[in-house]
Design a protein around this ligand. Structure first.
Ligand SMILES: [Fe+2]
Length: 388
């Protein structure tokens, strides 16, 4: 096998990183940028703060905040129109995953003929991305998805009405700006849920099939950071050091999952679609059941390597002496409670009669294909069943 490993994103990290981005961009002749964000970020006052900081550095910004939580093609078209109007040199995406998805899609449609469905990665649309695109600079306001280091965007395209993945190596943001001053205002419950998503990326990437020691090391580093920093960020929102560590953990989790994810993400996606459970919370509420189901029902499928990996993750919580692979579900449950994620899936809508439909959708989701132990639709149903 010949493997390709990609770790190329430039990251600016630390309090004041936004101002540093402004100084760097102001050193170039063209200083006009479209600031792509959404109503929530504007309401939280973060768009103003970032615009002020970048403006003081000498950039000329046009604010574009018409991004839906699940972005649609029209958001992208409006963004392209605004970008052309100002003759922008690039895009600055500020927010969670949605503004970053839209900024990347604006870069595509600003330089390529639409519609967006032409670029559907599921249909080989990456081949239609052929021209140089304006750069995207990504500033996350939550620490979880890690979209700031990703090469894809998800938009609901007009002609199919479906969530469509656009993927291309050149969609990766030019710089990811991890500035903890932007995440201090995030409420504790969102801090915990988004942070748990980062942890799940680390855990699933670490366990995923495939030979990728670099991703393994980054995944382990991600989990170490989360176990140390997330309880502190939840307990004290203004702990800048903990906030910064969580931003790094989120970028590291998403960097590591180029190796792959696993069954927990496949199980989580339908819960967000049908019950509107926050993605990170869905991962948190599923993880112990998914781990214990594998340990108990698929014990024969565990290789020595996978057992070692479980044990190494337990060590992050319990230290070297007390770490046994079978303790992982309990260790995760204790951590989950420590950060205040104490709900159950039935309290968020999970019902017995929904399980066949959810399991069918989870099985149709591609993430589980790299789960270290192969799973069937019935297996996925069995994990939902454990959560009742
Ligand atoms: Fe995730």
């Amino acid at each position: 096998m010949v493997y390709q490993y990609n770790y190329p994103t430039t990251i600016l990290y630390g309090p004041g990183a936004v101002a540093e981005l402004g100084r760097r961009l102001a050193n170039t002749p063209d200083r006009r940028y479209l600031l792509v964000t959404d109503a929530g970020v504007v309401k939280a006052g973060l768009a103003d703060r970032v615009a002020q900081s970048l403006g003081e550095a000498g950039l000329e910004l046009e604010l574009f905040a018409e991004v839906h939580p699940n972005p649609i093609e029209e958001d992208v078209e409006k963004g392209v129109a605004a970008f052309r109007r100002i003759g922008g040199a690039g895009l600055i995406a500020l927010g969670g995953g949605s503004p970053m998805d839209v900024a990347k899609a604006i870069a595509v449609l600003a330089t390529h003929e639409g519609p967006l469905s032409r670029f559907d990665d599921g249909k080989g649309g990456d081949k239609n991305i052929t021209r140089p695109m304006p750069p995207v600079y990504a500033i996350p306001t939550t620490a979880g998805t890690g979209s700031e280091v990703g090469r894809s965007g998800v938009i609901i395209t007009r002609d199919t009405g479906a969530k469509t993945v656009i993927f291309h190596p050149s969609l990766m943001p030019r710089v990811a700006v991890l500035d903890p001053e932007l995440t201090v205002g995030l409420p504790a419950s969102l801090t915990a849920a988004t942070g748990f998503d980062a942890f799940t990326h680390g855990l699933e990437a670490y366990f995923a099939k495939g030979f990728h020691p670099m991703a393994d090391a980054v995944a382990m580093g991600c989990m170490e950071l989360v176990v140390d920093a997330l309880p502190r960020a939840v307990a004290r929102g203004d702990d800048l050091e903990a906030r910064g560590r969580m931003l790094l953990a989120a970028s590291m989790g998403a960097t590591a999952f180029q190796k792959g994810l696993g069954m927990i993400h496949s199980l989580a996606h339908p819960l967000s679609t049908h019950y509107h459970v926050h993605h990170g919370l869905a991962n948190a509420l599923l993880m112990p059941a998914a781990l214990s189901w594998q340990l108990e029902e698929k014990a024969d499928a565990f290789t020595d390597d996978l057992r070692d990996r479980y044990q190494r993750v337990v060590r992050l919580f319990r230290g070297r002496e007390k770490a046994r692979p079978g303790d992982l579900p309990e260790a995760v449950t204790a951590f989950r409670s420590r950060i205040g994620l104490t709900e159950t899936l039935p309290s968020r809508g999970l019902k017995q009669e929904d399980i066949p439909k959810l399991a069918r959708e989870a099985y149709g989701d591609p993430c589980h294909s790299l789960n270290p132990i192969p799973v069937t639709e019935a297996d996925l149903a069995a994990v939902y069943q454990r959560c009742l």
